[in-house]
Ligand binder design. Sequence first.
Ligand SMILES: CC(=O)SCCNC(=O)CCNC(=O)[C@H](O)C(C)(C)COP(=O)(O)OP(=O)(O)OC[C@H]1O[C@@H](n2cnc3c(N)ncnc32)[C@H](O)[C@@H]1OP(=O)(O)O
Ligand SMILES: CC(C)C(=O)C(=O)O
Length: 516
Amino acid sequence: MQKERVYIFDTTLRDGEQSPGASMNTEEKIKIAAQLERLGVDIIEAGFAAASPGDFDAIRRICEVVKKSTVCSLARAVERDIVKAGESLKDAANKRIHTFIATSPIHMEHKLKMTPDQVIERAVEAVKLAKSFTDDVEFSCEDAGRSEMPFLKEILDAVIEAGATTLNIPDTVGYRLPQELGEMIKELHEHVGDRAIISVHCHNDLGLAVANSLFSVMNGARQIECTINGLGERAGNAALEEIVMAMKTRSDVFGFVETGINTKEIYPTSRLVSAITGIEPQPNKAIVGKNAFAHESGIHQDGVLKCQETYEIMKAEDIGLEKNRIVLGKHSGRHAFKERLEELGFDLSQEDLNRAFERFKVLADKKKEIFDDDIRMLIANEITNIPQTFELVGLQIADCSAGVPSAAVTIRHNDKEITDAGIGDGTIDAIFKTIDRISGHTGLLKDYRVEAVSQGKDALAKVVVNVQFDDSKSAVIGHGLSIDTMLASAKAYIGALNSYLSMLPSDCQIDSCEGV
Ligand SMILES: CC(=O)SCCNC(=O)CCNC(=O)[C@H](O)C(C)(C)COP(=O)(O)OP(=O)(O)OC[C@H]1O[C@@H](n2cnc3c(N)ncnc32)[C@H](O)[C@@H]1OP(=O)(O)O
Ligand SMILES: CC(C)C(=O)C(=O)O
């Protein structure tokens, strides 16, 4: 079956820029336009030439860069706007003027202060003037979603007669429900026939912009106006990525149509637009949100690892992501944990794996997301195989502003828990001195380093100490890992102590613990 083409009209640079805070400079617009062309959009609405000299210039410069996609400027049904649009598009390889006027009773009466007949007359004049610059003229009935059907048919007949080749039916205020807009498009499509292409431009005030666009395609629309990341005035426009991926994923329903979009460019385009505008899609945003291809819970991770389709209806690769993301966190299970360890090059025995998994769960309770570096450190600590002669059970430090830095430490040794407290020149010194007293070994701190492992405010602190115990000739190293730096320091010091003890002949070890 011959597929019909649905033209993708991207208005990120025009309606998308109408998002508060999304203004872009000319260079930024050129970058986005070039990427939109790579993405394969048919028409790039590059701006509103009459809005400002900057907008005019950006459209003109985009025409120099974009050669395959059609470049378009918006214009009110006003002579100056159309002339400006025509001039800005002068050098375009393919150009379109998009002129519009409102057709709903509320807009005609209160905003335009024009009668319906005057609106038709103005629309016809606008299309005729636009036609003197290009054959490709689009006419929009602004607020068509709240316009009366007989009037819509009348004005569309008039602008077709004047030369409009694309007729856009905007749901300007996002009022229509999918079924209703679908019926409206069906009736208008039957009325217009093959005299022009029917387009829709849906806003997202009720969160229905994408659904409305898809219903419109099912009912005869062959151009969709949309934006990257759903940017746009108020709640935004229909999101290009959602429309395109819905049609691709549900080809059982949309198999009769096709777009020219290279879906692998969707993610890079989304990233570029959010980097330039500073507006990040919400994490759970369909297709391009940070979590759209992420799995955090053990049952889902297990399913996806066994068969991707258990929890994925699209492939991350299809939108240009490298792969889906298995996020390790408190809801993860052993399957995902083991898989990540293998990816990181760790091959643990079942016993080590079980121990590491327990420690992972404890860490995950404290930390929102566990990164690869966190796991590396966790495993490094797990596989050292040094006997844990002393084990930290608890640590309490006094309010640092109170004057004398002090620490209370509880340590397990030979199945006994011993608590002691001490003061020091600083909190770390107080902790280390107290550990010395409990263990009966005196350490001389040669080096102390702390660094953040992984990312975020809740990043793990990794403390590395180099300690010389009991006047021995060489110093030993200890590592400690925790989201709390003091705790990491205590662990590092005890780690160094255990390491030192493991190197002593066993009779010495017993002697050295007499003080405990
Ligand atoms: C639904 C949409 O997204 S439409 C596009 C919205 N985008 C923009 O408005 C961004 C660019 N706009 C601008 O820079 C400015 O509004 C301009 C340059 C176009 C016009 O600025 P100003 O001349 O100062 O007019 P202002 O914006 O205050 O008011 C709009 C005027 O255009 C009229 N108007 C609005 N739409 C149309 C139209 N499609 N055709 C003809 N006249 C229109 C209004 O009735 C009003 O006319 P009035 O001055 O006689 O009352
Ligand atoms: C100019 C038209 C297409 C528009 O942006 C709208 O109606 O929302």
